[in-house]
Write a protein that binds this ligand. Structure first.
Ligand code: PMP
Length: 315
C-alpha cells in the first residue's frame, strides 16, 4: 500500500478591492486531485488501513457526484484499492471521465432518487462487496482530517498562529467543523461562520429565499457532522447565489482559478470581516478549481457580475 503525504496548501491574504478587508484564503484547490477532499480521502483510507479495516484489493464505496468521488478514486488508484462511486445522474461528463480514468467504477441512480437514495445504495453495495463505506456525511474522520492537517497548517501559516473566525459553506460540514476545532485549540474565542447560498425571488411583491443548487458542493441539512447546537458562537449567513458566482468570477480575474463555492465562502468572509473589524484574522477556504465548471453557469460570462461586498440576502 502506497502512503501518500499531501504537501501543505498555501494560505494567502487577499484584498479583493482597494479598501476592502483582507481575508486569509486556504488554496485547497491546489491539492493533487484539485479539491479539499484529498484531505478526507487520504485520512479516512489511511486510518482504516492502519486499523486493519481495509486491505489492498478491497472495494471502497462512496455516494458522491463531486470532489469526494474524484479524490477517493485518485487515492484508491495510488493505494491499490477498488473504488465505486454511487451517484444520482446529472454529474458532468468531465467528472465521470475523471473517476473512470483513475480506474473507478460508477453506478448512477435516477436523478429523482436524490442523494438520500445514493447514500443508502452505497451502503448496500459496500455490504455486498465486503467493502468499506467511507460515509463522508457521518464519518468523524472527515472532520478529524481537517482538524489535524488543514487547521494545523493554517496555524503555522497565519501571523501569531491566531484565527478569529473560520468561514465556510457546509456540505458534509467537515471543513468548517474540523478547521474550527483545530483553530480554537490556539484561540478558544475563534468563531465558526457557516454560509449557505440562497436564491432570491420576488413574486407578488413577496420576497422569499430558498436554498440554491447553483453552488455545487454545499447541501441543505444532510450531514450528521454539522450540528449547529454543538458549535458555540456559530454565525449563520445567507449569501445570494448571484453574489457567490460574481465573487468567484472576480477571484478568477485576480488569478485564483476557483469554483462557485469559493465565491460563496469569500463573499461570506467579507460580511464576517465587516462585523468583526479590521484586526480580526478571518480564514476561509477555496475548496475546488474552476476547470470543473466550464459547462456551468460560472462560465456564463454574460451573466450577472454581482460585486462582492453588496448587501447580504435575507436574515
Ligand atoms: N465546496 C465544494 C466544491 C464541495 O464539493 C464541498 C463538499 N462536497 C464543499 C464546498 C463543502 O465542504 P464540506 O463537505 O467539508 O462541508
Amino acid at each position: 500500500m502506497l502512503k501518500i503525504n499531501l504537501p501543505p496548501t498555501p494560505l494567502i491574504p487577499i484584498q479583493l478591492e482597494p479598501g476592502s478587508p483582507t481575508i486569509w484564503a486556504k488554496l485547497e484547490f491546489l491539492n493533487p486531485s484539485g479539491s479539499a477532499k484529498d484531505r478526507i480521502a487520504r485520512h479516512i483510507l489511511m486510518k482504516a488501513y492502519r486499523q486493519g479495516r481495509l486491505e489492498p484489493g478491497d472495494w471502497v464505496v462512496e455516494a458522491s457526484s463531486g470532489s469526494t468521488a474524484i479524490a477517493l478514486a485518485m487515492a484508491c488508484a495510488g493505494m491499490n484499492l477498488r473504488f465505486l462511486a454511487v451517484l444520482p445522474e446529472g454529474a458532468s461528463q468531465e467528472r465521470l471521465l475523471t473517476i473512470r480514468a483513475y480506474g473507478g467504477e460508477i453506478l448512477t441512480l435516477p436523478r429523482e432518487a436524490g442523494m438520500g437514495a445514493a447514500v443508502a445504495r452505497a451502503e448496500e453495495e459496500a455490504r455486498q462487496r465486503g467493502g468499506f463505506a467511507t460515509r463522508q456525511f457521518e464519518n468523524p474522520d472527515n472532520c478529524e482530517a481537517h482538524q489535524i492537517f488543514t487547521a494545523a497548517e493554517v496555524l503555522t501559516q497565519i501571523p501569531d498562529g491566531k484565527v478569529d473566525a473560520i468561514v465556510s459553506g457546509v456540505g458534509t460540514g467537515g471543513t468548517l467543523v474540523g478547521l474550527w476545532q483545530g483553530c480554537r485549540q490556539q484561540n478558544p474565542a475563534c468563531q465558526p461562520w457557516a454560509c449557505r447560498p440562497v436564491t432570491l425571488s420576488r413574486e407578488l411583491e413577496i420576497e422569499c429565499c430558498s436554498f440554491s443548487a447553483r453552488i455545487p458542493g454545499v447541501l441543505d441539512g444532510f450531514s450528521s457532522l454539522y450540528q449547529p447546537h454543538k458549535l458555540p458562537g456559530l454565525h449563520q449567513l445567507e449569501i445570494e447565489d448571484r453574489l457567490a458566482l460574481g465573487t468567484a468570477r472576480r477571484l478568477i480575474r485576480r488569478g485564483f482559478p476557483v469554483g462557485p463555492s469559493s465565491g460563496l465562502n469569500f463573499a461570506a468572509a467579507l460580511l464576517a470581516a465587516a462585523e468583526l473589524g479590521d484586526k480580526a484574522q478571518i480564514v476561509t477556504v477555496f475548496p475546488d478549481r474552476m476547470e470543473r465548471y466550464f459547462s456551468t453557469e460560472l462560465f456564463n460570462l454574460e451573466g450577472d457580475l454581482a460585486v462582492a461586498g453588496s448587501a447580504p440576502a435575507g436574515r
